[in-house]
Ligand binder design. Structure first.
Ligand SMILES: NC(=O)c1ccc[n+]([C@@H]2O[C@H](COP(=O)([O-])OP(=O)(O)OC[C@H]3O[C@@H](n4cnc5c(N)ncnc54)[C@H](O)[C@@H]3O)[C@@H](O)[C@H]2O)c1
Length: 390
């Protein structure tokens, strides 16, 4: 007997995936699906035996729901999440970003705090095994202090122009690469670098191709632990792949390179050259810990590469962890952990093996503030401090 009755609001690409995954979870039952386009709600609801609605208030009046999933387009998260909270729904799982404006983000955050709603955000990248490994390696200090990093998360130009059919331009115009793509990157960086937070932002954008939304944002984030990370996200790539995602970090004692979604000529790969302080026993202990967390990595003790040109000292060895063939994991995995978190009344259910608690409205607020700072910095051509925003 499923324990949680669920309503899904927004039955598009992500909402339909949420509904299907909830239907497969024996702990949940999709009771209702709501979409402004009633026929879209019906198409998702019918195979699941759920009721379809074109209006969220009707759905909330007809059902007592334990969980509402909100998967409306980026600028339209506030109204359905607020309506569900006001109706007394105790658990919300909302798509990223928390909001596209500071005002909406603060309103959602404050409502969740005041009502004591458990409010989760689907920062789905956090469940990929190599993201868990990246977070682990950085948090354990295995690179020393992170000094610099760079991230490219780019979509094929067909995303803003065609992904949502005839709605595509309006959809992309209501969002941007900052809200749609950098929301993921900013969340990952905050998670990896915890407890550091972004202090100030210096960003630029280009607006020469699409016309209805910026072509790209390129930003430097300064964290309060001194780390500087460059984050770039484009929507104008005429590439063969749908998405390219690359990250690298330079630490005071090591480095990490991560081709998560590889572009032409690259392979999915993950490699961390670790601190020389580490002995072999400690290296193997970290490998085991990562295996338990779901990341299957090779541990290497080897001659450092510069040995090839005679720059390494006699007998010097280096330690690394690497993976060449990794899966991204189950695409809706975070939803499964969130269901376990709700049922177990915890932010760290036993099923979740990654570092730290599952992402909530608190993470959503800070992510949305950083993205808002990126946009303001690019608009105004100046460095923006996070303290200016809230
Ligand atoms: N977590 C991830 O990895 C990930 C990946 C892609 C997209 N997303 C996010 O998921 C969200 C949805 O994206 P999508 O691609 O599924 O969009 P979509 O346009 O395919 O689906 C959104 C649906 O919401 C409906 N809708 C709009 N306003 C509504 C309202 N007030 N009440 C009810 N229904 C309403 C629309 O009719 C549409 O069917 C976005 O915020 C997006 O950024 C998350």
């Amino acid at each position: 007997m499923p324990e949680l009755q669920v309503g899904v609001v927004g039955a598009g690409l992500l909402g339909s995936a949420h509904a299907r995954n909830l239907d497969e979870n024996p702990q949940t039952q999709v009771a209702a699906v709501c979409d402004l386009r009633l026929e879209t709600a019906q198409a998702v609801a019918a195979p699941l035996g759920a009721q379809a609605y074109g209006d969220i208030q009707e759905m909330l009046q007809a059902h007592v729901l334990d969980l509402v999933v909100v998967a409306t387009p980026d600028p339209y998260h506030r109204e359905p999440s607020m309506a569900a909270m006001q109706a007394g729904v105790p658990n919300i799982l909302q798509e990223k970003p928390l909001a596209t404006t500071v005002e909406d983000a603060l309103a959602l955050y404050e409502a969740a705090e005041q009502r004591g709603t458990r409010f989760f955000i689907n920062y789905a990248n956090r469940t990929a095994p190599m993201d868990i490994a990246t977070c682990y390696v950085i948090r354990q200090g295995l690179l020393g202090d992170v000094v610099y990093g760079e991230s490219r998360l780019d979509d094929n130009i067909s995303v803003p122009t065609r992904l949502w059919g005839e709605r595509s331009q309006a959809w992309a115009a209501g969002s941007s690469t900052a809200h749609f793509l950098l929301s993921h990157v900013v969340d990952l960086l905050r998670w990896y670098l915890h407890p550091a937070e972004v202090q100030e932002v210096c960003a630029v954008k280009q607006e020469r191709v699409l016309g209805f939304t910026p072509d790209l944002y390129d930003a430097q984030l300064l964290f309060d632990n001194g780390a500087r990370i460059r984050v770039k996200a484009e929507w104008i790539k005429h590439m063969d792949e749908l998405v390219e995602f690359y990250m690298a970090f330079s630490g005071s004692e090591g480095m990490l390179i991560y081709n998560k979604l590889a572009a032409f000529g690259a392979r999915p790969s993950w490699r961390a050259n670790l601190s020389q302080q580490l002995d072999t026993e400690a290296l193997l202990a970290h490998q085991n810990a990562l295996l338990e967390a779901g990341a299957n990595l090779r541990a290497l003790v080897h001659r450092p590469t510069p040995a090839a040109v005679g720059l390494a000292t006699e007998g010097e060895t280096a330690r690394a962890l690497e993976s060449w063939d990794h899966s991204l994991g189950k695409s809706m995995a975070l939803q499964d952990y969130i269901v376990d978190a709700i049922l177990g009344d915890t932010l760290e259910p036993e099923s979740w093996k990654g570092p730290g608690p599952l992402p909530t409205h608190h993470d959503g607020l800070l992510q949305s503030l950083v993205v808002s700072a990126i946009i303001r910095s690019a608009d105004e051509g100046r460095v923006v401090a996070l303290s200016e925003l809230a």
